[in-house]
Design a protein around this ligand. Structure first.
Ligand code: PLP
Length: 248
């Protein structure tokens, strides 16, 4: 699942991450300015799937203060090795009910809540642990079959239902537009997400604070920022192409 790197490879990866991070920070600053914001209004979350912990921790040393894993098993394997003193760990992938227990009290936010059932399980286990878990509601903005996320028309109802649960707090929305969408279509999906975000914010539901609009990945994070995103999840552009290694 994860790469094992020689020392020489590691040094090269460290160097690449430094260069890539500079470019990403510049792009973020430029897009933020175009959106009438400052760079500090935009949070970069490093998407760390398949990335060795040494490389992740190097990016944290360089100032990355949000990281996100999308598989529970991989998060479990890496958990003890992350340097999380100055960095928040988020969960950003599809989450099964029976895996929730591994995340409660460990992650600062679960970005991928898309059903009342999942929210209820997060609520139940958080109460048991005496913590409150911050979540984003994931929207299937392209209405793709077989994809995670609540359908847009069911979003208001989900917001209401989750707002009534104890020990869980809705902090915003997350979306991944269809992979095959054109640049214009992607922009329209982002703009629609921003509209939902603003609409829900204006409703001022108890226990719901629309602080985070999480959208945009390596290919489209500047577009997402232009459309209102304040949290972008970047993997490949920071760490290079993912190398999946079979487990023995
Ligand atoms: C992998 C991943 C990303 C980052 O994707 P890149 O295209 O590599 O930047 C963002 N969000 C989620 C949920 C992911 O799983």
């Amino acid at each position: 699942m994860m790469e094992k790197l020689s020392n020489e490879d590691l040094q090269r990866r460290f160097h690449d991450v430094e260069e890539n991070l500079k470019v990403i920070r510049e792009n973020i600053a430029e897009a933020a300015a175009r959106a009438g914001k400052s760079a500090s209004d935009i949070t970069l979350l490093a998407a760390t799937k398949t990335v060795p912990v040494e490389v992740i921790n190097h990016s944290i040393e360089l100032g990355v203060d949000h990281i996100g894993e999308n598989r529970v098993q991989e998060l479990n394997e890496k958990y003890e090795s992350y340097n999380l003193e100055r960095c928040e760990l988020h969960f950003i992938g599809h989450l099964q009910l029976n895996k929730v227990k591994y995340l409660i009290g460990r992650v600062a936010m679960i970005q991928s809540v898309d059903s009342e059932k999942l929210a209820a399980e997060i609520s139940r286990l958080s109460a048991k642990k005496g913590v409150t878990t911050d979540v984003l509601l994931e929207v299937n903005i392209g209405k793709e079959p077989n994809k995670s996320g609540v359908m847009p028309e069911l979003l208001p109802e989900l917001v209401e239902k989750v707002s009534l649960l104890p020990n869980i707090r809705v902090r915003g929305l997350m979306a991944i537009p269809p992979a095959n969408a054109s640049e214009t279509e992607t922009m329209n999906f982002f703009l629609r997400m921003n509209q939902y975000f603003v609409d829900i914010k204006h409703k001022k539901t108890d226990n719901v604070s629309m602080d985070w609009l999480s959208m945009g990945m390596s290919a489209d994070y500047t577009q997402a920022i232009l459309a209102g995103a304040n949290l972008v999840r970047v993997g490949t552009a920071l760490y290079g192409p993912r190398i999946y290694v079979k487990k023995h």
